[in-house]
Design a protein around this ligand. Structure first.
Ligand SMILES: Nc1ncnc2c1ncn2[C@@H]1O[C@H](COP(=O)(O)OP(=O)(O)O)[C@@H](O)[C@H]1O
Ligand SMILES: [Mg+2]
Length: 257
């Protein structure tokens, strides 16, 4: 089944068409990647998919419902979660508390009531803490539960952000450049975490510049270049697609100038 249907999405900034009539489907249970050189329109498309931005044209349907003009907090309640390209954590709070804060975005008692320790929230608090601990272990951060977020290395902070997004129990998880700034060991820990998240039942859309990660984890890839979809398919076909190779080579040449 198609969980997300993206149809002819166009987003312009003045005279620039950042995303140009892009269409694709994301089927339930898969890891789908959106890749492309810098400036291809990945983040712009990501913001449209997560209701942080509106397209001039086109529609985004989630689970059969048109969510194109929904507000971001509504889609969270419908089971869509996202991370940001720049990590945003509660620095003073422990890793576990950061994940718990994510869960309170959707639990009945809410974050304020939890902070005030109202008696009727105690049981819910305990359940949230247990589930948050499970999520930390899922992304490989079991050892870091009590560490303040501020003390964690960059790569682990990105995993923590993913655990926090999972606390809303998303059916669909969208990640914007999760491998940015990660070393090789951290990137492979991330890949492991993505498999476990998918196997646990979430569908994943990952926007990523790093080809290595994408080729390893994705079931299917959409390639953008200058706002347009230039290819779509499984990694082994994308890897040898002449249009994709040309787009990335063009980027290297531009870097050398
Ligand atoms: N808010 C904005 N205002 C004007 N131009 C923007 C804005 N956001 C992105 N762009 C432009 O849209 C194009 C695509 O950007 P972006 O989606 O960030 O690409 P990517 O994430 O693939 O690097 C770029 O040319 C960028 O400069
Ligand atoms: Mg980007």
């Amino acid at each position: 089944m198609s969980l997300l249907e993206v149809r002819d999405v166009t987003r312009r900034f003045g005279g620039l068409t950042a995303v140009d009539a892009v269409s694709f489907d994301v089927h339930e249970g898969m890891i789908k990647a959106i890749i492309g050189p810098n400036g291809a329109g990945k983040t712009t498309l990501f913001n449209v998919l997560t209701s942080f931005d509106r397209p001039e044209e086109g529609t985004v349907r989630y689970d059969g419902v048109d969510i194109t003009s929904w507000r971001a907090h509504h889609i969270v309640r419908r089971g869509i979660a996202r991370t940001f390209q720049n990590t945003e954590l509660f620095e003073e709070m422990s890793a576990l508390e950061n994940v718990m804060a994510g869960a309170h975005a959707v639990t009945r008692s809410g974050f304020l009531a939890a902070a005030l320790r109202l008696p009727w929230t105690v049981r819910e608090q305990r359940e949230v803490a247990e589930e948050s601990g499970r999520l930390l272990r899922l992304v490989g951060l079991g050892e870091w539960a009590d560490a303040p977020a501020a003390d964690m290395p960059h790569g682990l902070r990105r995993l923590l952000e993913i655990a926090r997004a999972l606390a809303t129990k998303p059916r669909l998880l969208l990640l914007d450049e999760p491998a940015a700034g990660l070393n090789i060991a951290e990137t492979s820990a991330l890949a492991e975490a993505l498999y476990r998240i998918r196997d646990r039942g979430s569908t994943i859309v990952v926007v990523e510049h790093d080809m290595g990660l994408v080729m390893e984890v994705s079931d299917e890839i959409v390639v953008l270049d200058r706002g347009c979809k230039i290819a779509e398919g499984p990694p082994r076909l994308i890897q040898k697609d002449p249009a994709v190779i040309a787009a990335y080579l063009g980027e290297e040449e531009a870097d050398e100038l």
